[in-house]
Ligand binder design. Structure first.
Ligand SMILES: *[C@@H]1O[C@H](CO)[C@@H](O)[C@H](O)[C@H]1NC(C)=O
Ligand SMILES: *[C@@H]1O[C@H](CO)[C@@H](O)[C@H](O)[C@H]1NC(C)=O
Ligand SMILES: *[C@@H]1O[C@H](CO)[C@@H](O)[C@H](O)[C@H]1NC(C)=O
Ligand SMILES: *[C@@H]1O[C@H](CO)[C@@H](O)[C@H](O)[C@H]1NC(C)=O
Ligand SMILES: *[C@@H]1O[C@H](CO)[C@@H](O)[C@H](O)[C@H]1NC(C)=O
Ligand SMILES: *[C@@H]1O[C@H](CO)[C@@H](O)[C@H](O)[C@H]1NC(C)=O
Ligand SMILES: *[C@@H]1O[C@H](CO)[C@@H](O)[C@H](O)[C@H]1NC(C)=O
Ligand SMILES: *[C@@H]1O[C@H](CO)[C@@H](O)[C@H](O)[C@H]1NC(C)=O
Ligand SMILES: *[C@@H]1O[C@H](CO)[C@@H](O)[C@H](O)[C@H]1NC(C)=O
Ligand SMILES: *[C@@H]1O[C@H](CO)[C@@H](O)[C@H](O)[C@H]1NC(C)=O
Length: 601
């Protein structure tokens, strides 16, 4: 009602920090919590995550423990935990940089290492004895192996308690983690897990991977069900799931037509069998049914034997629709109770709306930011302004082309993508319930609906930039919306997918930490670059975000001294080194993207 909106505005104006009602005022249509029809006034949607503020200035040690992989199997004998022991004023228990060692109690020393003890909660069995393993203070991703033979495999999570002590035993920090140690499968179905160290996905099945873990970097599309289902039954169709796979895409994400039962079971079974044969992995979408647990149960039963099942996808833009805040977490719990062997994903559409609540129901977070050929300050569909409290412009809180943000968003038309991808990781650090970061995947814009927020199809070059730029900022999978797409987007994504899904690339992107690179000169601030270093080699990805060609010289500083050869895996040749720590190129084409491999000295 108008009354509640007025009341709300009064409360906000008078400075009271009242949380607005979660759902929309009666009769007001909202997206990302914002009113978007010209007939409704704006109000604060709330739900924004903000950086934590320290209570005091005392140093604290925040102990965080997580399994490196989301799943270990009974056939494995070693598991790994990742420790984070960051010291800051923000989180954790008080930290004093002073301790002593038992052999020399009278000498005060800096507190630089912790002795850890790990125990399984239900049996009280000790996995790591006090004094046997030491971890440094103020590090992240410190890996500690544990002997899985000491645990009993179980379909439900085990809980590990961790105590970390200063050498003198005076300062004590407690932590713990759920730990999935599952019975090995005895059917043809697959197991998939997230590697929390590098963010990649690993899959294993008796049929498709011969029982070995295989790293998967998805580079693909959401796929229209009418296309997929029709071509399955039409031998004269020039395109089908096999031709899709041979373009280089390693995953298929069919979009369900809707209804309680979602996909037609007969057709789905046929599609899954084709996927099993092709080793084309399936991202199984339950957007229309994820809040109905009986439907989830029925759907999951049909999938279990299929080795091509890779992961689940529950909510499609729950933050946009303003689904109940607990809906994704409840679905997650229900899915895990039936099938603990596969990760769960979902996509967020809003820039910053109840992030923590919605992502509580996911192992993998997707973002679908569509900044190409869109007006972000005035809605071409609803004819209202768009800002942080009002309107729907198709790209929430995006600023591309917005003259109110002249410095960046008018020259760099891809800044919204960078900011969104970075934020999806940053917000995870800001959460009240801090936990190890979940991987973020990107959904590039690869569609055009006439009459929607977007004026045209993205070009091939824009499509390439949208994908690779996200990878430069930590995306661990690319699933564009929507296939069938334009012929030129298909061509561009096909060659990228072929490279980025291959072990040549995943060896780096899923097997080492990403290193953001510093562009020393040239490119008008529009060159974005990242590197991955492994086994004496370096993969470097360089994206030029300018729509005009750049005539000058560009220099990118490398994290390791290169040897002279530059092997161009994708894009334009012409990058060279001079035996120093820089990579050079003279002149860039508009939206030029290059991926090179180099040996390091
Ligand atoms: C503790 O003190 C040592 C010695 O001054 C210093 O190197 C170290 O960085 C300090 N650690 C923290 C977390 O403050
Ligand atoms: C702790 O580590 C963080 C992140 O690496 C660093 O920024 C900070 O300076 C370190 N603190 C101390 C006291 O060494
Ligand atoms: C296969 O595994 C399932 C689930 O762990 C179990 O219930 C079933 O008894 C096993 N079947 C065989 C033949 O071992
Ligand atoms: C099969 O595909 C061909 C080529 O796209 C099309 O002309 C034909 O109408 C399709 N047949 C059916 C039954 O949909
Ligand atoms: C896809 O079409 C090709 C020919 O265009 C055919 O050889 C192949 O069997 C078809 N695959 C499927 C899964 O229908
Ligand atoms: C599912 O598809 C099959 C094959 O096209 C069709 O025969 C069947 O009627 C469909 N089932 C439902 C419930 O629509
Ligand atoms: C989920 O949230 C809704 C309110 O949106 C509430 O009615 C319901 O009881 C909650 N369910 C559970 C299981 O907490
Ligand atoms: C957003 O736009 C609406 C409509 O013009 C306006 O009432 C509101 O004050 C604006 N919000 C902000 C934060 O500027
Ligand atoms: C967005 O639309 C408004 C109203 O039509 C127009 O004034 C503005 O220039 C447009 N902005 C962009 C970046 O196209
Ligand atoms: C888009 O829709 C408008 C209005 O319906 C129409 O005039 C125009 O021709 C359409 N453009 C394309 C490319 O279909």
């Amino acid at each position: 009602m108008i009354f509640s909106v007025l009341l709300l505005q009064l409360l906000l104006v008078s400075g009271a920090r009242a949380e607005p009602p979660f759902n929309n005022p009666h009769g007001v249509d909202i997206w990302c919590g914002k009113a978007y029809r010209a007939t409704d006034p704006s109000f604060d949607p709330g739900g924004e995550i903000v950086p934590p503020v320290p209570w005091d200035n005392l140093p604290k040690l925040g102990l965080l423990v997580t399994p490196r992989h989301t799943i270990y199997l009974s056939t494995e004998t070693t598991g790994y935990l990742l420790f984070s022991t960051l010291v800051s004023t923000l989180r954790g228990q008080l930290f004093k940089n002073e301790t002593w060692y038992r052999d020399d109690p009278s000498t005060k020393r800096p507190f630089t290492e912790l002795s850890i003890m790990i125990r399984e909660r239900s049996t009280n069995k000790v996995l790591v004895r006090e004094g046997s393993v030491w971890i440094p203070v103020n590090v992240t991703d410190y890996e500690v192996p544990i002997n899985l033979n000491l645990l009993n495999p179980s379909r439900s999570d085990i809980f590990l308690d961790v105590i970390a002590n200063s050498p003198d035993g005076i300062q004590t920090y407690q932590g713990g983690t759920r730990f999935a140690y599952l019975p090995e499968r005895n059917d043809t179905g697959s197991v998939a897990r997230v590697d929390s160290l590098y963010g990649g996905l690993e899959v294993k099945s008796s049929l498709l991977t011969k029982g070995l873990w295989k790293s998967i970097f998805p580079y693909s599309f959401y796929v229209r069900w009418d296309w997929a289902s029709e071509t399955l039954y039409n031998d004269s169709s020039p395109t089908n799931i096999s031709t899709f796979h041979s373009l280089g895409y390693n995953l298929i994400h069919p979009v369900p037509p809707g209804g309680f039962d979602s996909f037609n079971a007969t057709i789905l079974e046929k599609m899954l069998s084709v996927c099993d044969e092709l080793e084309l992995y399936v991202m199984y979408d339950m957007r229309a049914t994820y809040q109905n647990h009986d439907s989830i149960t029925a759907q999951l039963a049909r999938l279990q034997q299929h080795p091509s099942l890779l992961l689940y996808y529950t909510a499609d833009e729950p933050d946009g629709w303003c689904d109940p805040l607990n809906a994704t977490a409840l679905a997650y719990k229900h899915i895990k109770s039936i099938d603990p062997y596969h990760p769960v994903s979902l996509v967020l559409n809003c820039a910053n709306f109840y992030f923590e609540d919605y992502t509580a129901g996911a192992d993998i977070i997707l973002e679908d930011t569509y900044p190409i050929a869109v007006n972000t300050s005035f809605s071409t569909v609803y004819h209202t302004p768009c800002n942080s409290t009002y309107g729907d412009c198709g790209c929430d809180n995006c600023h591309v082309g917005d003259v109110q943000y002249p410095d960046d968003y008018t020259t760099n038309r891809f800044l919204d993508l960078i900011v969104r991808t970075d934020n999806m990781y940053q917000y995870q650090d800001w959460q009240r319930n801090r936990r190890m970061k979940k991987p973020v995947w990107g959904v590039p814009q690869a569609f055009w609906d006439n009459g929607s927020f977007w004026d045209r199809w993205p070009t091939a070059a824009e499509e390439t930039v949208q994908g690779v730029l996200r990878i430069n900022h930590g995306a661990k999978g690319i699933v564009a919306w929507l296939y069938p797409t334009s012929p030129e987007i298909e061509m561009a994504t096909s060659s990228l997918a072929t490279l980025l899904t291959s072990p040549d690339a995943t060896k780096f992107t899923l097997g080492s930490k990403r290193i953001p690179l510093y562009v020393v000169g040239g490119g008008d601030g529009l060159v974005d670059a990242a590197a991955w270093v492994r086994d004496g080699e370096m993969l470097i990805s360089i994206v030029y975000m300018g729509y005009e060609s750049y005539p000058g010289r560009v220099a990118v500083r490398l994290p390791k001294l290169p040897k002279l050869d530059v092997d161009t895996l994708f894009g334009v040749k012409g990058w060279w080194t001079e035996g120093r720590e820089w990579l050079f190129k003279d002149a860039l084409d508009a939206l030029e993207v290059t991926i090179v491999k180099m040996k390091v000295a």
